[in-house]
Design a protein around this ligand. Sequence first.
Ligand code: AMP
Ligand code: GLY
Length: 425
Amino acid sequence: MKILVVGSGGREHVLVWKLTQSPLVENVYCAPGNAGTALDAENVNIASDDISRLLKFARDNAIDLTIVGPEAPLVAGIVDEFRRQNLTIFGPTAAAAKLEGSKVFTKKLLRKANIPTAGFAVFSRMPEAMQYLEECEEQPLVVKADGLAAGKGVFVCANRAEARNAVTSILRDRTFGAAGSQVVIEECLVGHEASILALVDGDTIVPLDVAQDHKRAYDHDRGPNTGGMGAYCPAPLVTSAIMDDIIRRILIPTVHTMKIEGCPFSGVLYAGIMLTANGPKVLEYNVRFGDPEAQPVLMRLRTDLAQVLMLAATGRLAELEDSLDWDPRPAVCVVMASEGYPGEYKKGHAINGIDEANALPDVKVFHAGTAFKNSQIVNTGGRVLGVTAMGDTIADAKQNAYAAVDKIQWTGGWCRRDISDKAQL
Ligand code: AMP
Ligand code: GLY
């Protein structure tokens, strides 16, 4: 099989690394990729949102399977375009990607299917939204822009005044452009969060082991929100009884409702779940692998990833003979970031020590924002590396990951020091 992976982050690097281990795979390309994917496979200089050039590359190079990492090309319809040309691609159609592309679409679907989620209201005009806030009890509220906003469109507001500011920024000031033509105002849920990822082929659902992300920039969940500063898998707080509940009350009705609405879901269904005192509730859906969740999850997967994603992309997941096979050892991924991230940061610093880190047992350094400058690896993004390790226990995996982190240096490079501590809560 020849495989094309679309994207350039840590998620895409772990996909590439896993796929190259499959005996079914002869070649893996990554567009546009990073320095790590260049080392493990072959980079192709096409941006992840340049659908027409990706299509041409797949056709010209007889790619058997394309796997899409980020949400933007999915929401823009890359799967529809590839399928129209009879190319096999793993991911949802534009209509199904609305589960991530439109929070209004998702909340309405959840309500219609009676799937547990925060209570909410939707507004497209300032006066009605403001009136609603006046009539609400004074309580924490969450205000969200409807569309894709690069993870910045969600405001957790402590009180009415903050909620008013968030609504004004989205609806009046159009901080997120057209993504803010509607707002969702919802109840603030309290609890621990978990990332539930499942492979879906329109019909059959194959859940992956559960991960937990660390979205805030600094230790003990302080500081601004980021794309994710680290993750670990499996997450013991989701017991098998809770997982059964999530499958029965959330995943199955979601996939079923998408099917009867005429937009069957295939690809990775990623449910952001809040484990509340009243049971698990959906915070949001994503329609792709999580980043950094994919790094610890896929590191533990022993089943042939190329085979299972091909089955998912062709509607044949039910043919999977055995359940997925996992390394029982937990994995921890620590994200190393550029100085200043998630704000402004400088690029082009030389990164040292990656080979020494990779030489440690059960460690793999996944690249995110890196590139080669001459023959030196330099930082080019905010999240730069996902240093991932396994161990006999979560504490061992954490220790192994930080031992690897401590081999790596560049000017300003930093990370959280408490990734996976939530597992002990
Ligand atoms: P989203 O992009 O919808 O996942 O939101 C980003 C983050 O905002 C989530 O991971 C949660 O930490 C937080 N969040 C979103 N919705 C809620 C909610 N209803 N209650 C509490 N926190 C929320
Ligand atoms: N780690 C959060 C996400 O991938 O959206």
